[in-house]
Design a protein around this ligand. Structure first.
Ligand code: KG4
Ligand code: ZN
Length: 339
């Protein structure tokens, strides 16, 4: 059994997976309520919360899965990227456990956790990873496309400025919606009608420079300007709020699929047969639906992660640990905020 630990941001999470990727338990202690009064994650609070919750959560996980300590033969822990104080709690905790149990540690890059997460199942063994797949990671901290062949991961593009989740969160905060903004925008957007004429969000085009990168700062600035002009706010007209959210979400999705298309068109040689979506924003209903349509139109198999494996969780970290397999000496594991 592999024990997974994730503490890179604002969720303390612990999971136990079998070698075939079956998730025996995946517990998440969310700190959202502690950060909500500040409208975003406060790093100092995050570290303290992890410190308080990590070990009780480890014990609960073993108890719930009915797994004795002696069955844990390795520990996968997120070593970066993320908030350094938060990462240190997970890494130091994993080091202590590894020493105590005499088992190795597998340091895992948080993004690799997201990349393989669409292959985890709700029940039973994980799906077999294809030889190659295209991964689209869309989260609060990252928006990037990768060409994945086993443990060889090539980054094909990135965001030049804000990540898509960050854009959801910042604009949501501006109009008075609670943190995290993504699910809130989705919820309000469901009651509204997207209207790009009424809310003309800019769609960034880099045709001149021929770049494949994402860029969300233009949509963010445009959203804030439009929200001001139309007096969009939680305290204002609920229909205006709903229509704004629906259109804003459309604009973010449009940028996402425009870039995905460019990356796809420019891939040379044989194209991958699968595209896997991952990250917190992969929980978004509109984006999931569009992703399916995108794949069907191109004859590509689309893998959507279970919603429970979209936002940060330790099951995906343990699963990525299983893919890597190269365990380290616990003394040599270092937390890095940037990788
Ligand atoms: O992967 P994640 O938990 O953390 C990072 O590694 O960044 O992603 C969190 C992000 C937040 O920005 C949150 O607003 C967004 O995922 N998110 C959503 C939805 N659920 C979470 N965005 C849009 N629609 C959702 N349903
Ligand atoms: Zn994440």
């Amino acid at each position: 059994m592999i024990l997974g630990i994730e503490t890179s941001c604002d969720e303390t999470s612990v999971a136990l997976l079998e070698r075939d990727g079956s998730v025996r338990v995946n517990l998440i202690a969310s700190q959202i309520a502690r950060h909500q009064p500040f409208g975003g994650v406060v790093p100092e609070i995050a570290s303290r919360e992890h410190l308080q919750h990590l070990f009780p959560l480890v014990e609960r996980a073993l108890g719930e899965a009915n797994v004795p300590w002696s069955d844990v033969d390795s520990i996968a822990v997120t070593s970066g990227p993320g908030l350094i104080g938060a990462l240190l709690v997970g890494v130091a905790g994993a080091q202590g456990l590894a020493y105590g149990l005499g088992v190795p540690i597998v340091p895992v890059n948080h993004l690799e956790g997201h990349i393989y997460s669409p292959y985890l199942q709700r029940e039973g063994a994980a799906m077999r990873l294809p030889e190659r797949f295209l991964s689209l990671v869309i989260s609060g901290g990252h928006s990037a496309i990768y060409d994945v062949r086993g443990s060889d991961i090539q980054q094909l593009n990135r965001t030049r400025d804000d990540a898509i989740g960050e854009t959801f969160d910042k604009v949501a905060k501006f109009i008075g919606l609670p943190y995290p903004g993504g699910p809130e925008v989705e919820k309000h957007g469901r009651e509204g009608k997207a209207d790009r004429k009424r809310f003309p969000f800019p769609v960034p085009q880099f045709s001149k420079e021929d770049s494949l990168d994402f860029s969300y700062s233009g949509v963010k600035a445009g959203a804030i300007r439009l929200a001001r002009e139309h007096k969009v706010s939680v305290e204002g007209d609920p229909q205006v709020l709903a229509d704004f959210c629906a259109t804003f979400q459309e604009a973010l999705a449009a940028q996402l699929f425009d870039r995905l298309d460019s990356v796809w068109t420019r891939l040379e040689g044989t194209k991958p047969a699968e595209v896997a979506l991952a990250g917190g924003v992969a929980a978004n209903g509109l984006i999931r639906e569009r992703m399916q349509t995108w794949g069907e139109a191109r004859g590509v198999l689309v893998r959507l992660p279970e919603k429970r494996y979209c936002t940060d969780n330790a099951a995906m970290i343990a699963f990525a640990g299983l893919q890597k397999g190269n365990a380290s000496d616990p003394r040599r594991v270092i937390a890095r905020s940037r990788v």
